[in-house]
Structure formats: C-alpha cells, structure tokens
Design a protein around this ligand. Structure first.
Ligand SMILES: *Cc1c(COP(=O)(O)O)cnc(C)c1O
Length: 367
C-alpha cells in the first residue's frame, strides 16, 4: 500500500457497516427479522406507482434526468405532516441526510455527540467528515439527557438522538428532548432521528420542536413503516438556513424519478401506514409478553423491533444458532456493544409465534 496515496484522517477508523443478513446456507427461504423491515411490505399505492412506471410512458422516460428540487415529493411530505415544503430536504434514505449534516456541520476538531447505543450511521458519518465521535452513556438503555449535556463542549457541532431509539426500542418524553435542545451549547445542532416516529399514534416525532427552535433538525425515513427500505428515500426538516446549507452539498440528482414517484404515491396511502402501525402494535405486544414469559429481558419497545437480552453472550449465540437452524435471521448486537442481546424485528403474528417457539425451546423453557 502506498503511504503517500492515503485517505482523509478518520476514514480508516470506520468499521465497514454490516447490514442485516438476508441469506442462510441450507434455507431456500428465510424469515428475515434482522433489518426492521415492514412485514406487510410496501403498500398498494407504492406498488401501483411502480407498475405504472414500468408499463406506462414512465418506462420510456429512463433517459430523462430526474427533478433536482424534488418539488412533488416535498409537497407530498409537507401535506401529510403539515409542514413548509421549502424546509424539507430529501435524501437517499435518511442515511444520506445524516451524512449531509455531518459533511456540512462537522469537520476535523469538531465533535459529533450521540448516546451509547446510538445508530451506527452517526459514528460512520462523523468519521467520514473527519470529526470526532463522542459517546454519552445511557441510563438503563434509555437516552440520558444529562449525560448528553455533560458531554457537550465548545467543540460539539451535532447531537444525534433517535427517539424511539434503535436498537434499544426505548423512548424518552418530549419534555426531555426540549430540555436537551434548550441546554446544548449554542453552536450545536440537535438532530432528532424519527425513523420510527410513525409507529406511535399521534406522535409528530418532535416536528413541533423543529418549528419552535433554531437549533433542531429532524430526519425521517420511508424505509420502515412505509415498507420501502429497498427504494432508499428519507427526508429531513429544519430551519430554512440549515436546509439551504444541506442543499448545497446534496448531489442534485440524488433521487431518481422512480424513487420520487413511488415515495410520493406511498405518502398518499396513509391507510397502509395505519394498518402497519396497528399490526405492529399487536404483534409487538404479543412478542414482548412471550419473550418475557420465556425469561428473556425485553424493554417496552416503541418501534417495530424488540431488543432481547439474554443472561450471557453465550446464551445469545445459542439462541441465534437455534433461530438460524430454523431459517430465522435476527440481528446480533456485538457491534453495538451488547453481545448478550439480539435485536428482533416484529414480524407478522405467525412469524412472532414461530420465533418465540424456537427461542423458548432453545432456552429449555417451553415445558
Ligand atoms: C432504519 C433507521 C434509519 C433509516 O435509514 P434509511 O437510510 O432511511 O433507510 C435511520 N435511523 C435509524 C435510527 C434507523 O433505525
């Protein structure tokens, strides 16, 4: 390796992201509960839009560059959430919005703060920007506002909080988020990651706080409740000045016409969102109770997954092995510093029953 041709500082500290596995040797079909995907899939409106694109005139439009300002998609987002479309930015998943925030607001010498079990992309994007990731401890797997405030300095530029959080599934009250926004140093921007906000009925994820303050931005995704993880569409909402900055670093053609059209159609179908929310709430309740009955530690989750805690990393490995032998994939949590835990996406009720049976058997608690 050449020692003069080398990447920017920080890049080689990035551990390659490992997605939820999708394949298992010896299983033609797997039950994939490793990436928090919607078990109902994309909704009918999104699928209709996809079909229209390939069968209608849309198929002939592949040679056209897409809209650079995403006006249609931003209007659809603004309508659903009652927002100012001029303050919405769309990205290739919310991952891209997170990356743009780091690229635009944090560099060498700056700190990017998030909590202990925060989403891995915060660290990856901070390092990619040359900034220093800083971790605040959590309180029993809950975001700890006092710890975040205690770890913020004059170098803190970005603070990421997912609420509900992934992988813990826990949530803190909006009053705590408000206290955080109020207490942060003035040069720090608070980023509320609302990837799972739609799973909570009547919850705006903190959009009202974005409206009320100059130092809060929100990220959202179509990958979870909309069942469009494969489409790669997310968005952000913030003060006009911040959105303007992000649009300068965003690639003008970051979203294809297909991404924009399908996402817009999906937004018009709030029935699918409501059905997905209700199905998730029912199956999550059942799964949480079943796992607890089997002696597994499970916090009340507010997302479409639960974090199952076992008595040791060995037990977690044993359970993971039993699940894999049955063709079920869940997420190991070693990368998040929780080797004794498995993150399990809430599937359909039959999926949950099948999973709980395998886990109870593996723990010898099915008698
Ligand atoms: C899944 C998830 C996202 C969404 O990422 P996309 O790039 O939009 O698919 C963002 N934040 C958290 C905490 C997540 O769990």
């Amino acid at each position: 390796m050449s020692d003069v041709i080398r990447p920017q500082p920080g890049i080689m500290e990035i551990a390659l992201y490992e997605g939820g596995k999708a394949k298992l040797e010896g299983h033609a079909e797997v039950l994939k509960l490793s990436s928090n995907e919607n078990p109902l899939g994309a909704g009918p409106a999104a699928l209709d839009a996809l079909r229209a694109l390939v069968s209608g005139n849309g198929g002939a439009e592949l040679h056209r560059y897409p809209s650079t300002d995403h006006a249609g998609l931003r209007a659809a987002i603004a309508e659903v959430h009652g927002l100012d479309p001029a303050r919405v930015i769309c990205g290739v998943g919310s991952d891209e919005v997170i990356a743009l925030l780091c690229q635009a607001y944090a560099g060498p010498g700056d700190e990017v703060l998030y909590s202990e079990y925060g989403f891995l992309m915060y660290k990856i994007s901070a390092l990619a920007a040359g900034a220093t990731p800083v971790i605040a401890p959590e309180d029993e797997r809950h975001t700890d506002v006092d710890a975040l405030l205690a770890n913020s300095t004059e170098r803190t530029r970005l603070v990421f909080v997912a609420n509900p959080n992934n992988p813990t599934g826990t949530m803190i009250p909006m009053s705590e988020i408000e206290r955080l926004a109020e207490g942060l140093p003035e040069q720090a921007l608070l980023v509320l990651d609302g990837a799972y906000a739609e799973y909570i009925e009547e919850f705006d994820g903190g959009l009202a706080l974005v409206e009320a303050r100059e130092n809060v931005v929100m990220t959202r995704t179509m990958s979870k409740i909309y069942g469009l993880g494969g489409l790669r569409v997310g968005w952000g909402y913030g003060p006009k000045s911040v959105i303007d900055v992000l649009n300068r670093v965003r690639g003008p053609f970051n979203l294809s016409a297909m991404q924009q059209d399908i996402a817009s159609a999906a937004l018009s179908d709030q029935g699918h969102v409501a059905r997905s929310r209700a199905a998730n709430a029912e199956a999550r309740r059942w799964l949480t109770d079943a796992l607890r009955e089997a002696g597994v530690g499970v916090d009340e989750s507010f997302g479409n997954f639960v974090l199952a805690r076992f008595d040791s990393p060995e037990t977690a490995d044993t359970v993971d092995g039993a699940l894999q032998a049955d063709g079920i994939l869940v997420r190991k949590m070693g990368g998040y510093g929780m080797p004794h835990a498995l993150r399990i996406t809430v599937g359909t009720m039959p999926d949950c029953r099948r999973l709980a049976t395998v886990i109870a058997r593996a723990l010898g608690s099915d008698a």
